[in-house]
Design a protein around this ligand. Structure first.
Ligand code: FE
Length: 236
C-alpha cells in the first residue's frame, strides 16, 4: 500500500487518539478513551486541484475530492461511531465487513474512502509514459508489453457496466488488470492493488459527459503514476 498516504493517515489517527487520551487523563482515567477517539480523516490531495488539467479539471477534482471523497469519510465515521469497528484501521474495516449483508453501508463507505485515497496517488501531473525498470519487467512478463497492459486497463474500464474501478493488481505472483463494481476492492479477494482508476461517472462526467473512454485514455497516457505502482509492488 502507499506508505506515505497510509503512514500519514496513521499519524493523524494517532494524533486523534493521543488527543482523546490527553482529555481522558485530564478527567482522571483512560476507561472511555477508545470508542469515539479514533476518527478517520480526509487525507490531503497530493497536488493542487488544478494540477491534473487539462485531462481532469479543477472543477471535477473539487467535487470529487471535496464532496464525494469527503462524504465517504464522514459517513464512515458516523456509521462506526461507538462500535467495535471504530478501533480498526481502514483496511481492516474493509476486510471485516466485506460480504456481510448487515454491514453493507459500512463496507461501501470504508472501501470508497480507501479507494479514493489510493486513486489520488495513482495520478500525477506529467504522468503516463513508461514504467520504471522492475515494474516494466513484471508488466512484460504478465501482459507481453506495456502497451498490452495499457490496453487491458482501458478494456476493463470500457467494459465495467455502471460504477466501479479498474485496477492493476498483483495476484499469484503475476500482474493482472481487473475491474470491480461500485465500492469493491480486489484486496477482499486476496489481490494486492498497485494502481486504480475511478470509473464512476462523478470522476469524469463534468469534463467528458458520457465519454468514459476519452477520460481513461487521457489518464493512462498523461496522468498514470507508474512510480506509485512500483512503490506498491516493492512492498509485496
Ligand atoms: Fe470517485
Amino acid at each position: 500500500m502507499n506508505e506515505k498516504m497510509f503512514g500519514d493517515f496513521t499519524r493523524r489517527e494517532f494524533l486523534n487518539v493521543a488527543k482523546g487520551t490527553a482529555v481522558a487523563l485530564a478527567v482522571g482515567g483512560l476507561a472511555n478513551t477508545s470508542k469515539a477517539a479514533m476518527e478517520h480523516v480526509l487525507p490531503p490531495l497530493p497536488y493542487p486541484a488544478n494540477a491534473l488539467e487539462p485531462v481532469i479539471s479543477a472543477n471535477t477534482i473539487s467535487f470529487h475530492y471535496g464532496k464525494h471523497h469527503k462524504a465517504y469519510v464522514d459517513n464512515l465515521n458516523k456509521l462506526i461511531a461507538r462500535t467495535e469497528l471504530a478501533e480498526m484501521p481502514l483496511e481492516k474495516i474493509i476486510v471485516a465487513t466485506s460480504g456481510k449483508t448487515d454491514k453493507v453501508a459500512i463496507f461501501n463507505n470504508a472501501a470508497q474512502a480507501w479507494n479514493h485515497g489510493f486513486y489520488w496517488h495513482c495520478l500525477k501531473p506529467n504522468g503516463g509514459g513508461e514504467p520504471t525498470a522492475v515494474l516494466k519487467q513484471m508488466i512484460e512478463a504478465s501482459f507481453g508489453t506495456v502497451e498490452a497492459c495499457r490496453n487491458e486497463l482501458a478494456t476493463a474500464a470500457a467494459s465495467q457496466f455502471g460504477s466501479g474501478w479498474v485496477w492493476l493488481v498483483l495476484a499469484g505472483g503475476k500482474l493482472r488488470a481487473v475491474k470491480t463494481g461500485n465500492a469493491d476492492n480486489p484486496m477482499t479477494q486476496g489481490m494486492k492493488p498497485l494502481l486504480t482508476i475511478d470509473v464512476w461517472e462523478h470522476a469524469y462526467y463534468l469534463d467528458y459527459q458520457n465519454r468514459r473512454g476519452d477520460y481513461i485514455k487521457g489518464v493512462i497516457e498523461k496522468l498514470i503514476n507508474w512510480s506509485f505502482a512500483a512503490e506498491n509492488l516493492g512492498k509485496s
